[in-house]
Design a binder for this molecule. Structure first.
Ligand code: MLC
Ligand code: AMP
Length: 492
């Protein structure tokens, strides 16, 4: 955080953010985040790692909240704007939030919950005029952010990163991808995950570049922005590139040429958060002339592996360790894999998170005894480039770049009185990566997918919703009575 603020002072007069048709300088950011920090501090000198949640669309307001919380010594807990109240309530309670910052659009939605949980709800707009007071000096070893991520457990866990973790995660990408103050990036990703927060927004602001926000992804609007010829960088999940290709294909021949020609302004486009299908990579190259750079990361570690910026970007591979990040592959028998042997990706370095919030056992289990973080992803080192082969657990699904726990959806489904058993699996799909799919054993033959979807709407965000259903007599089990998910996948 200190370096972000230090850099911002250096770039004070330059444009930092374009959002809602307005331009904001680094000086604006410094002043308004100081106001937010001062208002949060109220009569205190330091928030001393109090958790401050905020719900704001990707915008200038988002950044001043995040910086304001950090400058006051708090831990920033960004909330997903797509979550239903039950999921938000879980995050607020689990992270023991004291204050909730909201933009006007989310006030009515969140105030009854804030009242119920006895959390102070503060409207961001009202804080901007607060007179700035002196702000605490924050040691970089202190906790800075909690992001919620699904795993092999039913409920999401809070991943805690320190200021030092975050600074390192940013700096290694700034170096590897040669960010500079001349860059201009468009953010169309949600800002409760590292892809949008670290790779796009924070790298831009660290570098004195321009970060332009759209509140959400929209293919037509993104292409229109590309046509402005102002952008030098774009980063997204594979599903987004798929959708941009689809939009391009729907245009007239003349329009296609215009859109393709506009892409000459870019120096780099990055894909990550899920495997980039080779057909998507190839079509994007044919349309735009740009070979996507694929990289690999995770909420707990930021980014770890990246194809090179200025050497071969190998399709189907995620490249090499980023500067300062150590990687090893451990085989199931505990030995380290050598060339062409597969093993679990394990990571060490200043990028690795501190802990799962208030879950010492889960934290301990996620590291080896000699301190390597166990990713749960399996890879091979293939002629000098890492290649991701899949995950250890079938219960983790990646859809649209979101990580989804099959167990979380199953536990919600099992609360339905007409559902006796269920199994959730991810079915491969070129557009979404995987599609959340549900096998249901029902005790009432009239129960259908529409009813189940309607019933789940208040319990799960849209991206976790099953999109395919089958109704069966019984789930396939192995000799120990456990559901065999790989067998179940064959049913779809
Ligand atoms: C939505 N739909 C889906 C779906 N999500 N269908 C199948 N599977 C899914 N996962 C359907 C909806 O029902 C709707 O259908 C239609 O698609 C449009 O829905 P939407 O909600 O408007 O979707 P859209 O806005 O297009 O969202 C797609 C997306 C979004 C790709 C823009 O999923 C997204 O922003 N993903 C990024 C997530 C991310 O940032 N991950 C990073 C995690 S960090 P209908 O029938 O109603 O039209 C991480 C670490 C790392 O992973 O390495 O980066
Ligand atoms: P999350 O927990 O949401 O941060 O998601 C992290 C997970 O996304 C990783 O553990 C991988 O399974 C997956 N992932 C990220 N980048 C890639 C990639 N380039 N290829 C395959 N999987 C990826």
């Amino acid at each position: 955080m200190k370096k972000l603020i230090h850099n911002a002072k250096h770039f004070a007069d330059r444009t930092a953010i374009l959002s809602n048709e307005q331009a904001y300088t680094y000086q604006d950011l410094l002043e308004d985040s100081a106001s937010i920090a001062s208002s949060l501090l109220d009569k205190h000198d330091d928030l001393s790692e109090d958790r401050i949640a905020f719900m704001v669309d990707p915008s200038y307001e988002y950044v001043i909240c995040q910086w304001g919380i950090w400058r006051a010594g708090g831990i920033a807990v960004p909330l997903c704007t797509l979550h239903p109240l039950t999921s938000i309530s879980y995050v607020l309670e689990d992270s023991q939030v004291s204050t909730l910052l909201v933009s006007e659009v989310y006030r009515d939605f969140l105030s009854p919950l804030a009242d119920k949980l006895n959390i102070k709800l503060v409207l961001i707009q009202d804080q901007i005029a607060t007179e700035a007071k002196s702000l605490p000096d924050i040691d970089s070893s202190r906790r800075a952010m909690i992001l919620y991520t699904s795993g092999t457990t039913n409920l999401p866990k809070g991943v805690v990163t320190t200021h030092h973790n975050i600074a390192f995660q940013i700096e290694t990408l700034v170096k590897a991808w040669q960010w500079s103050k001349e860059d201009h990036i468009l953010n169309t990703l949600p800002l409760h995950h590292v892809h949008g927060i670290i790779n796009v927004m924070s790298c831009a602001l660290w570098s004195g570049a321009i970060c332009e926000f759209f509140p959400a992804f929209d293919a037509a609007a993104v292409w229109q922005k590309f046509e402005s010829g102002k952008l030098s960088l774009y980063m997204a999940v594979p599903t987004i590139y798929y959708k941009l290709i689809k939009y391009w294909k729907e245009q007239t021949e003349e329009k296609k040429k215009q859109l393709s020609a506009a892409c000459t302004s870019f120096r780099l486009m990055v894909s990550g958060s899920a495997a980039l299908p080779i057909p998507v990579l190839e079509e994007w190259k044919a349309i735009t002339g740009i070979k996507l750079l694929e990289r690999y990361g995770m909420t707990e570690i930021g980014m770890a592996l990246s194809n090179p910026y200025d050497a071969e970007r190998r399709p189907g591979h995620v490249g090499h360790p980023l500067p300062g990040v150590q990687i090893r592959l451990q085989k199931e028998n505990g030995q380290l894999a050598i060339d062409n042997e597969s093993g679990e990706i394990q990571i060490k370095g200043p990028n690795v998170f501190l802990e799962y919030w208030k879950k010492p056992e889960a934290t301990k289990e996620s590291f080896t005894t000699d301190g390597w973080f166990k990713s749960g992803d399996v890879a091979v080192l293939n002629k000098g480039y890492y290649q991701i082969l899949g995950r250890n657990s079938v219960d983790i699904i990646k859809s649209g770049g979101y990580k989804i726990s099959a167990l979380e959806i199953e536990s919600k489904l099992l609360d339905h009185p007409q559902i006796e058993q269920c199994g959730i699996v991810g079915i491969p799909d070129l557009e979404w990566g995987e599609i959340v799919s549900a096998a249901i054993v029902r005790n009432d033959p009239s129960l259908n997918d529409k009813e189940i979807t309607a019933w789940l709407t208040t319990k799960l965000p849209s991206y976790k919703m099953p999109r395919k259903f089958i109704f069966i007599e019984d789930l396939p089990k192995n000799t120990l009575g456990k559901v065999t998910k790989n067998k179940l996948k064959e049913y779809f």
